[in-house]
Design a binder for this molecule. Structure first.
Ligand SMILES: CC(=O)SCCNC(=O)CCNC(=O)[C@H](O)C(C)(C)COP(=O)(O)OP(=O)(O)OC[C@H]1O[C@@H](n2cnc3c(N)ncnc32)[C@H](O)[C@@H]1OP(=O)(O)O
Ligand SMILES: O=C([O-])CC(=O)C(=O)O
Length: 445
């Protein structure tokens, strides 16, 4: 199943822009409070959806074939997904912006640095690029910085959640731990409480927003606790109040290298959203449609992300690369690599990190990470090994005659960046993916 957004664009009334607010004395101010920004938009968005239904309700979006029904509804434009749009040739656009555009336009923590996910969250939720405080004429703080503060205020994780994590079987996979921790937080769901109290349906968005922000704010601490419990003897590290959301995740895991902080900001930005038809987004949305609260819905998405054909592929890529290195050493030749790829296919396995349900070109998130690696770790052997795969794998997958997209996806490259900065425990990688994915699937709401 895929987003119906492109087909619906023809029916879209004029887009609503986030308005500047004229305050007391006629001084123009810009909304920096994310909830206020949402409150200014939501009634119009609700109206737009009603209009869309009224005007375009009976229009057909496309045909549905038997193959699509058998193939898990791939390619059927059957879901409205506002936050991102996936083009098979071009890749993902977040609210209309490509990955290179985001790298250029989103605010960063330091001059010319990587984008911060707080800016992306503002963009995903409001549909507007966050302002930065460069035009000093505006009596405002940076909108992305305001999101950093909002998340910091809500970041405290209740003790009972740490207890749940500590009591799990020591072999529990980090993704299973993530799901358990999020479910443990559900006791504090504002949406569940307000629903019980009889909230009017036009107001649902408010407690959903509160739950979503509370959850996003707590995820770095939860992820870091899973990491430290599983691999570092359980000694937790406090958040640093000077750091932003993604940098704090790296810091609480125990990685303070400036390069690693920048890598984590980029990683958390680009993994956030991939339209609505992928398993994690679809599962979150599906469960949410039963009015299950954001904690329950997000957990459904995470159980899907934990599958090896979806988010767990980043773990599988590293395992697979380590098998190559164990068998032939670090200086793998092109011929040895080809043999290894064929052996993988002949044993009935997939080549992890290659192929895609929608994309028909190299994933721009792969290209973005390869660019980061070229800038920051040009001589790193694992980076070179992944670059060699790019030369070898697509040709072989084409020769199988059945793979629709032989090019690498996001998961082919993310492990290289993490390994370089010392985060070597590949079983943990999908948790980092999941923390980022919360930004997209919870913004879609
Ligand atoms: C964040 C993400 O989720 S990105 C995806 C991460 N997953 C991976 O990297 C795992 C490897 N890739 C794959 O398994 C697939 O390409 C998927 C799951 C991503 C997409 O699956 P599909 O939409 O079914 O792909 P496609 O239509 O090309 O599949 C046709 C055939 O090619 C096979 N194929 C597709 N990709 C690969 C691959 N990388 N290696 C081997 N075979 C493959 C499929 O298994 C299928 O075989 P079958 O007819 O014997 O069942
Ligand atoms: O879109 C998909 O099917 C899978 C994917 O790349 C993602 O969810 O990031």
């Amino acid at each position: 199943m895929r987003s119906a957004k492109r087909l619906l664009q023809q029916c879209r009334p004029l887009g609503t822009q986030l308005e500047e607010v004229v305050g007391l004395g006629g001084v123009r101010t810009m909304i920096t409070d994310l909830k206020a920004a949402m409150a200014a938009k939501i009634p119009k968005e609700q109206e737009r959806l009603r209009e869309l239904r009224k005007e375009c309700g009976p229009k057909a979006l496309g045909a549905c074939t038997v193959e699509q029904a058998i193939g898990g509804m791939r390619g059927i434009p059957a879901m409205l997904w506002e936050t991102s749009l996936l083009d098979p040739e071009e890749g993902i656009r977040f609210r209309g912006h490509t990955i290179p555009e985001l790298e250029e336009k989103l605010p960063s923590a330091k001059e010319g640095g990587e984008p911060i996910p707080e800016g992306l969250l503002w963009l995903l939720m409001t549909g507007e690029m966050p302002t930065v405080d460069q035009a000093k004429a505006m009596p405002t703080v940076d909108q992305a910085k305001a999101v950093t503060e909002l998340l910091r205020e809500r970041s405290k994780v209740p003790d009972h959640v740490f207890k749940v994590l500590r009591d799990l079987h020591p072999n529990t996979h980090p993704m299973t731990q993530l799901c358990q921790a999020v479910l443990a937080l559900q006791v504090d769901s504002k949406f569940a409480a307000d629903y019980r109290a009889g909230i009017h349906k036009s107001k649902y968005w408010e407690p959903v927003f509160e739950d979503s922000i509370n959850l996003i704010a707590k995820l770095p601490t939860i992820a870091a606790a899973i990491y430290r419990n599983t691999y570092k003897g359980g000694e937790l590290i406090e958040a640093d109040p000077k750091l932003d959301w993604a940098a704090n995740l790296s810091h609480m895991m125990g990685y303070d290298d400036e390069g690693c902080l920048e890598m984590m900001r980029l990683y958390q930005t680009i993994h956030a959203d991939h339209e609505g038809g992928n398993v994690s987004a679809h599962a979150t949305h599906l469960v949410g449609s039963a009015l299950s609260d954001p904690y329950l819905s997000f957990t459904a998405g995470m159980t899907g992300l934990a599958g090896p054909l979806h988010g767990l592929a980043n773990q599988e890529v590293l395992r697979w690369l380590n098998e190559v290195r164990a068998e032939v050493g670090d200086n793998v030749t092109k011929e040895q690599m080809k043999e290894f790829v064929w052996a993988t296919l002949k044993s009935g396995k997939v080549v992890p990190g290659f192929g895609h349900a929608v994309l028909r070109k190299t994933d721009p998130r792969y290209t973005c990470q390869a660019g980061f690696a070229a800038r920051n770790m040009p001589d790193y052997p694992l980076y070179k090994l992944v670059a060699l795969l790019y030369d070898v794998v697509p040709d072989i997958l084409i020769q199988t005659g059945k793979v629709k997209n032989p090019w690498p996806n996001v998961d082919a490259h993310s492990g290289v960046l993490l390994q370089y900065y010392g985060i070597t425990e590949e079983n943990f990688y999908t948790v980092l993916f999941g923390v980022s994915r919360a930004l997209g699937v919870l913004s879609q709401g």
